[in-house]
Every structure is written in structure tokens, then in C-alpha cells.
Design a protein around this ligand. Structure first.
Ligand code: G6P
Length: 362
């Protein structure tokens, strides 16, 4: 309950919750560690997932965006084919299911009606379900076969921040544990990497003034904005666009860099803000090419790059981490830029118009 949770010295819950992210990641590491310091899940969760031939991730809003990142994690770390679906579409446009599907529900609140409708449908069909949620005892948790908790602490601000990063971290734990159970080699140590990411998050959060400057330099005058990237960066850009539109009411789109030329580039004019993420080594040059294309058409490009892939003209450099997990870090600048853009417009950051924290109607 919001009234029980203090903002302390924070102006907004959103700012407090963004600041909590390094601690949430450390907490997740602790909660999913066994006595020998290894990441492990309960055998019951392993049993639920192993032997299924495909994972169907279901979610809405920010949780859906975390699912897009999770798909890459589950496929590339655990080698299990994974699809991601928007809850409200699933019932009407149900994909052809495989023989042994596992339904994986992502929901901060565990109460979203659109997602619950899919769970009811999945159970009718006799398929198992796993819920990843922040709220123990929530509807989606009670009605699924098993639950993984986010351990993120209550999230009050309507714009979800720490639940997104917590969802990605728990999805990484799940993928990593499944890989271990299957005897698949993973070329990085998840515990170490999450520790590194938590410290890197602290360093990004300690540079808030820079994001306030970026928000005022790139977004104070504009009515629209674009986020571009490739690979994981494209999905983080979609989340950045959602954050920006939710709280600052700037019309924003997140696009895969390569798709620009198939439509959105028509909208680029003098000074159109384009926020580009460059953290994925296998496609960084392609995305640099897209940045050049928009700059040639007058865009005001704000590049946020990972260390090692940066250029002197970039607006901000984030520490380099395992590229599959870089969304945990690269989303922070986008959350902060949205926050300061909203502040600059005197918007009600914690309670944006027309939105609810938890949507319990279909
Ligand atoms: C609402 C909130 C969003 C959230 C979405 C899904 O629309 O405003 O911030 O991402 O619901 O919520 P859930 O609790 O299922 O993650």
C-alpha cells in the first residue's frame, strides 16, 4: 500500500525505485543462491520447464518488454525455443501451440486481467504455467503451477522501473539454471556478471545530472522522439519509448535500427531527437550506420554506447557487461532521461494521466 511506503527524501517514488535497482539485483543474487554460492532453482521449477518443447512468455506493458529480453536469454542460454506474446492479443490470435508448451507469465502485480485471461485459457487446455511476479500470493501466482518472485520490494510509481530489471535478472537466473540442468555450457558466470552489473548500475545512477542535461538538451522542445538499436538494444529502446510516453506525454517510438528505412525515417526532421543504444558488439556498426542516416536528415542523435564501442561524440558511455544482459544496465539512462523530461514538463511523474498501476479489467 502506497501510504505505508515512505518516499523518504525522494521527490518521487519513481526516482526512489530507479535508485533501488542495484540493491534489487544483489537481492536476487542472494535469494537464488544455494549454500555453495551457486545459482539454483527449486527442483519443482526445473521439473516444470524441462521436457517442455517451447516457452510462451505472456505479459503486458513493461512486463511484455522484459519478456522480449527474456526470450533471447532463454533461447541463447538454455537453448529452448521461446515466443513472446501480448496478453490481450493471445486469446484472439492464439499461435499454433507445440505439443508441450510451458506458459511463462510475467507480471509485476500478478493481477493484470489480460494476463489472467490467458492463464485461465492455458489451464483449460491442460498446459503448465510458471509465473514471475513481484507479489507473493497474487492471483497469477496462486493459479500457476509455480512462482519465481522478483524480490524487488513494492513498486508504487505507475511507470515500472525496478520490476523491469528484476524481471530480466530472474529470467536470466531461470535460463542459467535450465542450462545447468541440461548440461549446456554457458560462456559467462551469471553470479559474477550480476555483481558487476549491480556496481555498474550504481555508477550510472550516480550521474543523474548528466541525464537531466540530456533530457533538456534533446527533449525539452520536441513533441516526438525515437529510440533505435539492434538486438537487445532494440527491445530496450521499446521500453525507453514506453517510459517516455507514459510520463512525459512525448510521442515516442522504439524501433529496430534496420527498420527505420522502411517507414519511420520519413518522420525525421531537423532536430528530431533520436536516442540510440550501442551495446551489442555483433551489430554495433550496423546501428552506427543507422545513426548516420538519421543525422544526415537533421536528427539530433543522442548515442548511449557501451565502453569499448564508444565514439567521442557519444552522449554517455555505460560500462561494458555481457551483451545478453546489457539491458539491465542500458535501460537506466532511458528511465532517467524519461524522468527528467517529465519533470521538465511539470508532469505528474508518479501518477500519469489515464494510466493505472495495475489494470484489473480486460
Ligand atoms: C499497467 C502499468 C504498466 C505495467 C502493466 C503490466 O499498464 O501501468 O506499468 O507494465 O500494467 O502490469 P503487470 O503488473 O502485469 O506487470
Amino acid at each position: 500500500d502506497a501510504s505505508d511506503i515512505e518516499k523518504g527524501t525522494y521527490a518521487h517514488y519513481m526516482l526512489k525505485e530507479m535508485d533501488e535497482q542495484p540493491a534489487v539485483i544483489r537481492n536476487i543474487v542472494q535469494k537464488y543462491q544455494n549454500e555453495s554460492g551457486e545459482i539454483t532453482l527449486d527442483q519443482s521449477v526445473r521439473d516444470l520447464v524441462l521436457g517442455r518443447d517451447r516457452v510462451y512468455i505472456i505479459g503486458c506493458g513493461t512486463s511484455y518488454h522484459a519478456g522480449l529480453i527474456g526470450k533471447q536469454l532463454i533461447e541463447q542460454i538454455a537453448g529452448i525455443p521461446t515466443e513472446v506474446h501480448i496478453s490481450s492479443e493471445f486469446g484472439y490470435n492464439m499461435p499454433l501451440l507445440t505439443e508441450k508448451p510451458l506458459f511463462l507469465f510475467l507480471s509485476q502485480s500478478g493481477e493484470t486481467a489480460d494476463s489472467r485471461a490467458v492463464l485461465v485459457e492455458a489451464k483449460k487446455l491442460g498446459h503448465p504455467a510458471l509465473t514471475i511476479t513481484n507479489v507473493a500470493g497474487s492471483t497469477l501466482s496462486r493459479e500457476a503451477n509455480a512462482t519465481l518472485l522478483l524480490h524487488a520490494g513494492p513498486e508504487i510509481a505507475v511507470a515500472s522501473t525496478k520490476a523491469y530489471t528484476a524481471q530480466i535478472a530472474v529470467l536470466a537466473v531461470l535460463a542459467f539454471d535450465l542450462a545447468q540442468a541440461k548440461g549446456v555450457d554457458v560462456n559467462f558466470d551469471l553470479m559474477k556478471e550480476l555483481g558487476k552489473i549491480s556496481s555498474a548500475m550504481e555508477s550510472v545512477m550516480s550521474q543523474k545530472e548528466r541525464f537531466q542535461e540530456i533530457a533538456s538538451e534533446y527533449l525539452s522542445e520536441s513533441r516526438n522522439a525515437f529510440f533505435i538499436g539492434r538486438g537487445q538494444d532494440a527491445y530496450v529502446g521499446m521500453e525507453g519509448a514506453l517510459k517516455l510516453k507514459e510520463i512525459s506525454y512525448i510521442q515516442a517510438e522504439g524501433y529496430a535500427g534496420g527498420e527505420l528505412k522502411h517507414g519511420p525515417i520519413a518522420l525525421i526532421e531537423d532536430n528530431t531527437p533520436v536516442i540510440a543504444l550501442v551495446t551489442q558488439p555483433h551489430v554495433h556498426l550496423n546501428n552506427r550506420g543507422n545513426v548516420k542516416e538519421v543525422v544526415a536528415r537533421g536528427a539530433n542523435a543522442c548515442v548511449i554506447a557501451a565502453e569499448g564501442l564508444e565514439l567521442p561524440t557519444d552522449a554517455f558511455v555505460i560500462p561494458a557487461v555481457e551483451p545478453l544482459l546489457s539491458p539491465l544496465l542500458s535501460v537506466l539512462p532511458l528511465q532517467l532521461i524519461s524522468y527528467y523530461a517529465a519533470l521538465g514538463r511539470d508532469c505528474d511523474v508518479d501518477k500519469p494521466r489515464n494510466l493505472a498501476k495495475s489494470v484489473t479489467v480486460e
